[in-house]
Design a protein around this ligand. Sequence first.
Ligand code: BG6
Length: 512
Amino acid sequence: MEIPSNCILIIFGASGDLAKRKLIPALFSLHIQNRLPEGFAVLGIGRTPLDDTAFRERLSKQVHEFYSGAVDAEAWSAFSQRLFYLTMSPENAEDYPQLKERLAQLDAEYKVGGNYIYYLSIAPSVYGTIVTNLGKQGLQKEESCTQCWKRLIIEKPFGYDLASGQELNRKVLKVFREVQVYRIDHYLGKETVQNILVFRFSNGIFEPLWNRNFISHIEITAAEKAGVEGRGEYYDSAGVIRDMVQNHLLQVLGIVAMEPPASFQADTVRNETVKVLSALRPIRPENIESQVIRGQYVSATIEGQKVRGYRDEDKVPPYSRTETYIAMKLFIDNWRWGGVPFFIRAGKRLPTRVTEVVIHFKPTPQILFEDHDAPAQSIPNQLIIRIQPNEGILLKFGMKLPGAGFQVKTVSMDFHYANLSDTHVPEAYERLLLDCMLGDATLYARRDAVESCWEFIDPILRKDAENLESRIFSYPAGTWGPRQANDLFNGYSDGWRSPCKNLAQDGQYCEL
Ligand code: BG6
């Protein structure tokens, strides 16, 4: 178990949502597992006037809500002694000498030797300013100490479109070198997403089938039951394309579709995902309407409760045309995937929370076993990789029903992560924060990957922005999105795999 070198994590936006919901609970969990170095401190930064004690007290209250297990009072008390706070305005260059001084104090106290991680958990509009301000104080420099490092973690969105994404990269890379920049995509930190790599590249049996010769099509679904949950203002300027597709879903696609890397080094792996992302076939403007289905949820009653429509959510304009659902069909133009469609969809206020990848294998060339009472059908072999919840893998294939004749029934073979019960499954942020401390960027998005994603997404965003008549379909909250999303499958199957059965009786029951 490798323990990182002593370091300080500086969180810009420490009084915000991400810090309390994800970052502090993840760090606390690492503390409990003894994965943090002896000399480790967190310096929270924010405009909210707080001192160290008030910051700790605030987090002590919040941790009970956001930490997944029971909070051990003694462990928390020891951990909280590592938390510090500095009230300053991240936009104000004059506040940075203060930051430098505080860092020097903590550095001496914790024997950190100049190892700092700056975490931008703040409005993206100020990323550029913060980076410039850090640069003015030389706080990014690694030459100022022997063998020390300075790293920068940036949260998505990495820009608003291709031009602003490139501009942000330029600004950041004026101050930091690319190897110092860690663009976090928490989907890459999910155990089951990483397991796709292990599943594909540590087993001899699947990889030979993983191509256009054996696979008919692939689905990737990221469904959420929740609505925009008080984030109406942000969400309305983003929409699901920027919020989920440009980053999370395309990164997952990169992992599903990549070539085997020659080694498991950060850049070797990332070179392969970039190749996939840059081979995405651009969707031509005249095909956007037929390949991209946009939807927005409207009010409905779910489990006896009336749920607001998107346009009635707080801080969402009443005539908003922002999409809360997207389904698209795309192609990767390379030898492995030529002609294989990938169907991806994401949305809010769908019937349940589920993220999964479904690999549909081609049918047998001949149907030998016909059921006389039903039309001849080949058994669809599917491999379902469930990313969340009920993390696991399910393989579907045909078996003979006992008895006379040759009736074939689809059966499943499944593996559940929960069965590895004695193993702690780390939260995405735990894994990613630790990796950054260890200097491992494998699961972080590189500049070229982010820009390739924007290149693919940009024409779709532009078409929607330019064409106020572009279609957006409504769907009742609590349903699987507009029915037009099934038409994308013309010629492949009847539509999206339904991850859940018996929804009418039990909204939570999902296969796997
Ligand atoms: C975030 C999006 O990046 O991912 C949210 O901004 C979304 O809108 C969330 O709800 C989904 O993450 P997860 O881990 O719950 O699937």
